[in-house]
Ligand binder design. Structure first.
Ligand code: DX5
Ligand code: ZN
Length: 243
C-alpha cells in the first residue's frame, strides 16, 4: 500500500519520487477482440508489463465492453498481470466477480464514490474479495483532492488524461498538475495515466511523476509494437531522469 508524508511540508526526494519501476500497460480496448488470445500473446512478446483491461457498463460511460467471463478468459491466456479499470457505477457489486476472474489491480472511479466513507467501503470490498492491488481513478474534470483522504489506503491513483469511454482521444495536458500535486504531497504509490498517451505525451506523464502508463491506439496502431513499447520505456526513463 502507498503512504503519504505527514510530518513535513518539504518536497519528497527525487529517489523517493522515482521508486516505482516504469510499467507499460497496453490497453486491450484497441486490440482485435475476435483474436483476443493471440493479441494477449502479441502484447507480451512485444515487451509489455501489464495488460490494461477496460470495463465499461454503458451507464458510468456511454460505451459497453466486457465483463468478468471475458476477463477470466483473458486471464487464462495471459502471463502478465491484469490491470482492470472499472468504468462502472457499482464497483462494490463486482468486486468478487473480478477478483475471481483474475484481476491483479482493480481500479474504481472516485466519481461513483464521492465521500471518503464510500471510498473506504469500496476499497474494503475489493480487499476482502482478495484483489492484490486497489486503485482509485479521477476523471479530467474531477479535482484530485477528491481522493486525498484515501491515499494511504490505495496502491495506485489513476489520473485520466481523457474522458473515459473510448480509445483514440487527444491527451488533456491540464491533468498533469494532479500528478505533480500527488508527488508534492509525498504520495509514493503508483500513479497511472490513461488516455491519449503517445511518443510525445507519454514522456510528459513520466516527467510529472507518473510511473504506470496505459496506451491503446498508440500500441495497437504502431507499425512495430515491440519498437513502440521500447520507445515508450526509454522515453519515460529519460523524462524521469531529466525531471
Ligand atoms: C478510455 C480507456 C483507455 C483507452 C486508452 O476510456 O480507459 O484505457 O483504451 O486508449 P488510447 O490510448 O487510445 O487513448
Ligand atoms: Zn482504461
Amino acid at each position: 500500500m502507498a503512504s503519504i508524508r505527514t510530518s513535513s511540508g518539504s518536497a519528497p526526494s527525487a529517489a523517493r519520487m522515482q521508486a516505482n519501476d516504469i510499467v507499460i500497460a497496453p490497453s486491450l480496448l484497441s486490440c482485435d477482440f475476435a483474436r483476443i488470445a493471440q493479441e494477449v500473446a502479441r502484447v507480451e512478446e512485444a515487451g509489455a508489463d501489464w495488460h490494461h483491461v477496460d470495463v465499461m457498463d454503458g451507464h458510468f460511460v456511454p460505451n459497453l465492453t466486457i465483463g468478468p467471463p471475458v476477463v477470466a478468459k483473458i486471464h487464462g491466456a495471459a502471463r502478465l498481470p491484469l490491470d482492470v479499470h472499472l468504468m462502472i457505477t457499482d464497483p462494490d457489486a463486482f468486486a468478487e466477480p473480478f477478483a475471481r476472474a483474475g484481476a491483479d489491480t482493480l481500479t474504481f472511479h472516485a466519481e461513483v464514490r464521492r465521500e471518503t466513507r464510500a471510498q473506504r467501503e469500496t476499497i474494503a470490498a475489493f480487499r476482502s474479495a482478495g484483489v492484490p492491488r486497489v486503485g482509485i481513478a479521477v476523471n479530467p474534470d474531477t479535482e484530485i483532492e477528491a481522493v486525498a483522504d484515501v491515499l494511504d489506503e490505495v496502491d495506485m491513483v489513476l489520473v485520466m488524461s481523457v474522458f473515459p469511454g473510448f480509445g483514440g482521444q487527444s491527451f488533456l495536458p491540464h491533468v498533469l498538475d494532479k500528478v505533480r500535486w500527488l508527488r508534492r504531497r509525498g504520495y509514493d504509490g503508483r500513479i497511472e495515466m490513461d488516455g491519449g498517451l503517445n511518443p510525445e505525451t507519454l514522456p510528459l506523464c513520466a516527467a510529472a511523476g507518473a510511473d504506470t502508463l496505459v496506451a491503446g491506439s498508440a500500441v495497437f496502431g504502431a507499425p512495430d509494437m515491440t519498437q513502440r513499447i521500447r520507445e515508450f520505456r526509454a522515453g519515460a526513463r529519460a523524462a524521469r531522469a531529466s525531471s
